[in-house]
Design a protein around this ligand. Structure first.
Ligand code: FES
Length: 204
């Protein structure tokens, strides 16, 4: 066991001693064979690692399992971020822009049935989908990468983004199909005196 610990220390020592050498460009022939002084950082790290004990029995498999898990998580995160563009929620600002009190979007007849229509409430752009007497009102810019949902298509009670196909349930904005990972904000809506009104859900 003692020999094993000693061997581990020697390996650490050898790696650290040779690391800077490996990273340097090839030295001129005139300097070959001359021993280069080691930097204080290399000397300090070498001395510290030389004092560390080698791995305890059974720790190497655990360490490998941990490294594998970290690598897998990094690969998944990279895939989501760079291939799926599943980054920040682009609709995160909606609660700040949405009206806290009822605001009219216009006469309900102005919103044809079964067709997404863009409207605005102050600074907030919304998309209205009318189904008979009921109107669904969602934030217009897609939570994925801000695609225009008013140019999207209706599919079985859902609204499909024209840019990358994220599909949100009209009723509650839940993601039925990605790449969006965050739900699309939905406004509370009512029809009063023939006018469609909306406000931030649970406001007031
Ligand atoms: S912007 Fe990408 S799915 Fe809507």
């Amino acid at each position: 066991m003692k020999n094993g610990l000693g061997a581990a220390r020697r390996r650490h020592h050898a790696l650290l001693s040779q690391g800077p050498t490996a990273l340097r460009p090839a030295a001129p022939a005139a300097t070959e064979g001359r021993r280069r002084p080691r930097s204080p950082v290399t000397v300090g790290l070498t001395a510290t690692l030389a004092r560390l004990p080698g791995p305890a029995p059974g720790h190497t498999p655990l360490g490998l399992a941990g490294a594998t898990a970290v690598s897998a998580a990094a690969a998944l995160g990279g895939h989501l971020a760079y291939r799926q563009a599943a980054g920040p929620d682009r609709a995160a600002a909606v609660p700040r822009l949405a009206p806290a009190d009822w605001v009219s979007l216009g006469a309900v007849e102005d919103f044809p049935e079964g067709k997404p229509v863009r409207a605005t409430a102050g600074e907030l752009a919304v998309v209205v989908v009318r189904e008979g007497d009921r109107c669904h009102v969602l934030a217009e810019r897609c939570a994925h990468l801000s695609g225009r949902l008013s140019e999207g298509s209706l599919v079985e009670g859902c609204l499909r983004c024209p840019w990358h196909g994220s599909t949100f349930r009209l009723r509650d904005g839940e993601v039925v199909h990605g790449p969006a990972t965050a739900p699309q904000p939905v406004m509370e809506a009512r029809v009063l005196s023939g006018h469609l009104e909306i406000r931030l859900p649970a406001a007031g």
